[in-house]
Design a protein around this ligand. Structure first.
Ligand SMILES: C[S@@+](CC[C@H](N)C(=O)[O-])C[C@H]1O[C@@H](n2cnc3c(N)ncnc32)[C@H](O)[C@@H]1O
Length: 226
């Protein structure tokens, strides 16, 4: 294991074994370091749907000048996040949603990270969610949107089956009533519709059994279209 990931995992040492196991499993099943590596240096970062906060920990430890603000609607996860990365000096985590954060802190963030959250929501909620993410950003700010690509591959169907187990059988993840993977062309078109300029689409699935994909987009100057 490399040094940044070990340091981030060490932040969770005070959690009970089941929660530590969950965080370790997350570390090995998703390319969170590759996402964190694309956060610009310094500045303020919103981690929307932060869960236990492993990505928040990686982003914060990667540059102590960053201020990381994680929100998640699941109070159980925020409790664990507060015991873990919430103890770092440049991390704040609290119960909340993209809407509640955008209401309080519009235009506040240099970067908004949304990692494996949208697929839990019905597709009709995606434009509103992304419009709120856009609202959080200063003009020219960066969105890092990590999803699994809906590409019809065996990884696509394995990912849906795995998430069904996490959401419906184990209850580890609270879903908003759906499990949706979208093709990249639809995602890029949606990003444009809600006021982003897509800058880079990065396939991150190599070495994983999930078709991980990262959209890097910039908040277009002016008001959001949604
Ligand atoms: C698979 S977890 C990902 C957690 C974290 N982003 C990561 O990458 O490790 C999905 C998270 O999205 C959160 N979530 C679900 N609906 C949400 C919403 N409407 N707004 C923000 N977060 C949401 C869930 O509570 C859950 O913690």
């Amino acid at each position: 294991m490399n040094a940044p990931l070990s340091a981030a995992l060490a932040v969770f040492s005070q959690l009970p074994p089941a929660e530590r196991f969950h965080v370790h499993a997350r570390a090995f099943s998703a390319p969170l370091e590759a996402v964190a590596a694309r956060v610009p240096v310094g500045g303020s970062v919103a981690d929307v749907g932060c869960g236990h906060g492993l990505l928040s920990a990686l982003i914060s430890l990667g540059d102590s000048r960053r201020q990381v603000h994680g929100v998640d609607p699941d109070p159980r996860k925020i409790e664990w996040a507060q015991t873990g990365p919430g103890r770092l000096p440049n991390v704040k985590v609290e119960v909340g949603t993209v809407e509640s954060l955008a209401e309080r802190l519009p235009g506040h963030f240099d970067t908004v990270v949304v990692c494996d959250v949208l697929y839990l929501l019905p597709a009709e909620r995606w434009p509103g969610f992304l419009a709120q993410a856009r609202r959080l950003l200063r003009p020219g700010g960066r969105l890092l949107l990590k999803e699994a690509e809906g590409n019809g591959s065996w990884k696509h169907y394995k990912c849906l089956a795995q998430e069904m187990v996490m959401v419906k059988l184990l209850g580890r993840t609270k879903a908003g009533g759906a499990l949706v993977l979208q093709p990249r062309e639809e995602m890029e078109a949606l990003l444009r519709r809600v006021g982003f300029t897509p800058r880079e689409t990065v396939e991150l699935g190599t070495g994983y059994s999930t078709p991980h994909i990262l959209y890097v987009a910039e908040a277009t100057a002016g008001d959001s279209a949604a």
